[in-house]
Design a protein around this ligand. Structure first.
Ligand SMILES: NC(=O)c1ccc[n+]([C@@H]2O[C@H](COP(=O)([O-])OP(=O)(O)OC[C@H]3O[C@@H](n4cnc5c(N)ncnc54)[C@H](OP(=O)(O)O)[C@@H]3O)[C@@H](O)[C@H]2O)c1
Length: 265
């Protein structure tokens, strides 16, 4: 097995949920983790726990909606470590409701965090990874990227973007030792629903209290690092969803709007 002791992992959205659990997991496996998110108190608390357990962690507070912060992350990585072995593009958020009622401010921020930050960090890291001839980028997508759904029009579209972007890069790099993977996750019990509700005019995400644990997702991400693949579904049975959209999308066309109406009234 490869020695993970000197490997550097950058985890965005490490202040809660999937990101925090993944950072904990990778640190336990011996990687040095760089924790990125806005809430520094949360990052410091997590870094403290990791260090107490014998791991190595550093905090890098950053707002990924800001281009300057995104550039600073990469400059910091270069200064502190010189390179990245594993980049987990996990930070993201949702907004639930009629797409036409979403403010441009929220939409813009979602595009910055869920899409532009992923592209910018990936391109910066890929430049270095290509020079070193190794590295793995994991983009935390969602099954909603495979099944356009009422209530999450823009969120689902940002995750479709990740699917397409990741798959194409994976194909381009298939004859190298560089890996790019997407995680198509179903519902996960995190602060995701709460964060969506806090957005301007945002509603409850219907799946907010169901799903697998963040620790389970972190474990699957670790397995993905050990055995790189283009895509994983969490849980596995969700691999039927893209087929279901093709075969039964016409049913969702009819039932979907009713579900959203019931949820909003
Ligand atoms: N939970 C689910 O059901 C589910 C299902 C499929 C996919 N996902 C995806 O999984 C990823 C993680 O979500 P989660 O479920 O773990 O939710 P979460 O607990 O709300 O975590 C979201 C993370 O993203 C960070 N973030 C949000 N906006 C940011 C910004 N402007 N700058 C920097 N960091 C920002 C948050 O940190 P700060 O607020 O401290 O900045 C937080 O650490 C997301 O990409 C989400 O789309 C979630």
């Amino acid at each position: 097995m490869r020695d993970w002791k000197d490997k550097i992992a950058v985890v965005t959205g490490a202040s809660s949920g999937i990101g925090a659990a993944t950072a904990r997991r990778l640190a336990r496996e011996g990687l040095q983790v760089m924790l990125v998110a806005r809430r520094l108190d949360r990052l410091e608390e997590l870094a403290g726990q990791i260090r107490q357990n014998g791991g190595r962690a550093e905090c890098l507070p950053a707002d990924l909606s800001q281009e300057g912060d995104r550039r600073r992350i990469f400059n910091e990585i270069e200064t502190r470590f010189g390179h990245v072995d594993v980049l987990i593009n996990n930070a993201g958020f949702c907004w639930y409701g009629y797409g036409a009622e979403m403010s441009w401010k929220t939409a813009w921020e979602m595009l910055q965090v869920n899409v532009e930050a992923v592209v910018q960090l990936s391109l910066s890291c890929l430049t270095h990874m290509r020079k070193r001839g190794s590295g793995h980028i994991i983009n935390v997508g969602s099954i909603s990227g495979s099944i356009p759904s009422q209530g999450i029009a823009l969120y689902g579209a940002t995750k479709s973007f990740l699917d397409n972007f990741t798959t194409a890069l994976h194909r381009e790099l298939s004859r190298t030792h560089l890996h790019v993977s997407v995680v198509r996750a179903g519902p996960v019990r995190t602060e995701f629903g709460e964060a969506a509700l806090q957005q301007e005019n945002g509603g409850h995400v219907p799946t907010e209290h169901i799903g697998v644990s963040a620790e389970h997702v972190a474990w699957r991400i670790w397995k993905l690092i050990l055995r790189p693949r283009r895509v994983i579904y969490i849980p596995d049975w969700l691999r039927v969803v893209p087929w279901a959209e093709l075969a039964f999308g016409w049913i969702i066309d009819r039932v979907g709007p009713l579900l959203l109406k019931n949820q909003k009234t």
